[in-house]
Design a protein. Structure first.
Length: 167
């Protein structure tokens, strides 16, 4: 870590190799589009390289990286014009590919992709990434109660879809 902070490119490459999979999974679940996730992951690691000297060690590196990845992803999504339509389209495309057997997605991933944007973000951050509602509210700029309600709604929808598919 110290070598990467000091600017050692090889040390940073090792950090990249260690964390790129986890960062990609988080970013993909937040944005819902593989191509977009690829671009955003690269942006996360560019930002990481630029901000690495700011890591003080107050928390685990993985926790800090998670916050950087979440912030970069949500900032990029907010910047994009018509990002809402793109996410819906990407989610539908992923669903169609999953239904046709072209992709090997878990049932949960398929359902997560169908969730409305904010509901998906809250679900990913709370249920899959283990963040507390206070942290989620701060990240997304929503009330803690809204975070709790969105998580509850996400669980309801996923359960409904799972029950429907099982029938």
């Amino acid at each position: 870590m110290a070598r990467a902070i000091a600017g050692d490119v090889n040390a940073f490459q090792r950090l990249y190799q260690t964390y790129v999979g986890k960062v990609y999974g988080l970013v993909l679940r937040l944005c819902g589009d593989r191509s977009q996730a690829d671009d955003m992951v690269q942006e996360v690691f560019i930002q990481l390289w630029q901000k690495l000297a700011n890591f003080r060690g107050d928390s685990k590196f993985s926790t800090w990286l998670h916050a950087v990845a979440t912030n970069v992803t949500l900032t990029e999504l907010r910047k994009q014009k018509r990002w809402y339509q793109r996410i819906i389209k990407a989610g539908q495309q992923v669903q169609q590919e999953a239904d046709s057997g072209a992709m090997d997605l878990s049932e949960l991933d398929r359902y997560v992709m169908k969730l409305p944007d904010q509901t998906r973000w809250v679900f990913v951050l709370a249920a899959l990434e283990g963040m507390r509602h206070e942290e989620i509210a701060d990240q997304l700029g929503i009330a803690v109660g809204t975070s709790k309600a969105q998580l509850h709604r996400a669980k309801q929808l996923i359960e409904e879809w799972a029950n429907h598919d099982a029938a």
